[in-house]
Design a protein around this ligand. Structure first.
Ligand SMILES: Cc1cc2nc3c(=O)[nH]c(=O)nc-3n(C[C@H](O)[C@H](O)[C@H](O)COP(=O)(O)OP(=O)(O)OC[C@H]3O[C@@H](n4cnc5c(N)ncnc54)[C@H](O)[C@@H]3O)c2cc1C
Length: 419
């Protein structure tokens, strides 16, 4: 890669998940000297085990009026997709209150507008980035198939589909024969499908992150296996990071530490309501199922994807903080979900369960941009359930911000000052 006018400026990127890696790529392309800080292997956090769906049409926030009404029932059902352990209810309460506030119709419309702007060209951004790093085979335009048992169930999602349509999403309603034509192994209980042609999938999110990391290393980016403990400040400017290994000075600092980002901002006076929504996946190497695209059974709230590593069922929302250990019993509920949708799946030998922490803000919008009170710092975290989808676009936005180039997206809705 040719080093350009920015070669003397160093940028620290804190966090080497798919967001930090994509940012690092866009900065490296622009000639910046990039150092990535992460105590773990690049791409080994939430980014390693997601469902691989690249869903530009998913502009509906999580907090929709219809969902809120269902929350109490879900919390009381130990097998539901939403779980908050009793010991965490008090800690979760302030976040839930903000989440409910985000479900007001006017707010929902504004959030959807902002997400549509962020996700709009997600597929082409992924394809471009991956072809630049020599891994274009990882993402393919697959479409996405949502499944319903009956019209009543579909009516429950009417608001969601209306909002998507208002933001230009194309989709087609299918009957049972239409479902079978696309995915013949889907069980007979599902009678109605909604097919979205403009969606893509990663055949291996972990390899996707690793491919970007490898290309970064080949282009001279340093990876420091160090945890950032705090930022170095000078007046109202951030000019580096302090890790357990010492103090490192940089011209710019990008915070992309996923669900862990809020702790680093507290000493700067920002109390960001970032909550880890823990999700699980189970992989089956020999499931006897082959899907051509991610499928999403509406009643189960999971994504099922044929990855290059096997069949993956991923989902559930567990709000239990950052540090609680993974809960295998929660992960195993995914087997019931899988069998309900794909009754012929062989599920006897799952690989060990995986848990990841989705970095979630109550309004489903990430924080992207420069805090007003501190120079030298750029935030890029809180991508929630769609961080893979938004990663390449976020990388491009942050690359442009640091380089002082024009940004075509209004970043106000993503500002940290909204909290
Ligand atoms: C079950 C499940 C399914 C999902 N499915 C999809 C999907 O189909 N499509 C989609 O778009 N998204 C999906 N997601 C969401 C997506 O995976 C996340 O939004 C995304 O991975 C977040 O990326 P990130 O880089 O912000 O966080 P992470 O990947 O978690 O990376 C953050 C990194 O920061 C590091 N870090 C933490 N603290 C520090 C520190 N102090 N100093 C330095 N480094 C630090 C961590 O070690 C970690 O490597 C799913 C998530 C889950 C859990």
């Amino acid at each position: 890669m040719i080093k350009g006018a920015n070669a003397d400026e160093s940028v620290a990127v804190v966090g080497a998940g798919i967001i930090g890696l994509s940012i690092a790529w866009h900065l490296t392309k622009r000639g910046f000297q990039v150092v990535l800080y992460d105590p773990e292997m690049p791409g080994s956090g939430c980014s390693s085990g997601n469902a691989g769906a690249i869903s530009p049409g998913s502009v509906t926030p999580l907090a929709m009026p219809g969902l809120l009404a269902k929350v109490p029932g879900m919390l009381l059902n130990p097998r539901s997709a939403l779980h908050i352990p009793l010991s965490y209810w008090i800690s979760a309460f302030p976040w839930i209150v903000r989440f409910a506030a985000a479900a007001r119709p006017q707010r929902v419309a504004a959030i959807a507008d902002a997400l549509a702007g962020l996700y709009g060209d997600a597929i082409s951004q992924h394809m471009q980035l991956l072809s630049e790093v020599g891994a274009a085979d990882i993402v393919r335009k697959s479409g996405q198939l949502h499944l319903y048992r009956n019209e009543r169930q579909l009516r429950g999602s009417r608001g969601d589909w209306k909002l998507r349509a208002a933001h230009g999403a194309r989709f087609e309603k299918l009957d049972r024969a239409g479902i079978e034509a696309l995915e013949p192994q889907v069980g007979p209980a599902y009678r109605i499908g909604i097919f979205l042609p403009d969606a893509a999938m990663s055949v291996n999110p972990h390899r996707q992150a690793a491919a970007i990391a490898e290309a970064l290393a080949a282009n001279g980016v340093s990876f420091r296996r160090e945890r950032a403990k705090s930022f170095v400040t000078e007046g109202a400017r951030i000019c580096g990071v302090t890790t357990h290994a010492g103090t490192h000075r940089h011209g710019h600092v990008v915070l992309a530490a996923g669900a862990w980002s809020a702790g680093l901002l507290r000493p700067l006076g920002y109390d960001v309501p970032l909550e880890a929504q823990r999700g699980y996946h189970l992989d089956f190497a020999d499931s006897a199922i082959s899907l051509s695209r991610p499928i999403v059974p509406a009643d189960r709230k999971v994504f099922i994807t044929s990855m290059e590593t096997g069949l993956r069922v991923a989902g559930t929302v567990e709000i239990a903080g950052l540090d609680a250990p993974g809960n295998e019993a929660r992960a195993k509920l995914l087997i019931d979900d899988l069998k309900a949708v794909l009754p012929s799946a062989q599920v006897e030998q799952p690989k060990p369960f995986w848990m990841g922490r989705r970095p979630c803000l109550p309004d489903s919008l990430p924080v992207i941009g420069r805090p007003r009170r501190w120079g030298g710092l750029i935030c890029a975290f809180g991508h929630g359930h769609l961080g893979l989808t938004a990663s390449a676009a976020t990388g491009s936005i942050v690359g442009r911000l640091v380089a002082g180039e024009e940004i075509r997206l209004d970043l106000d809705p993503f500002s940290i000052e909204r909290f």
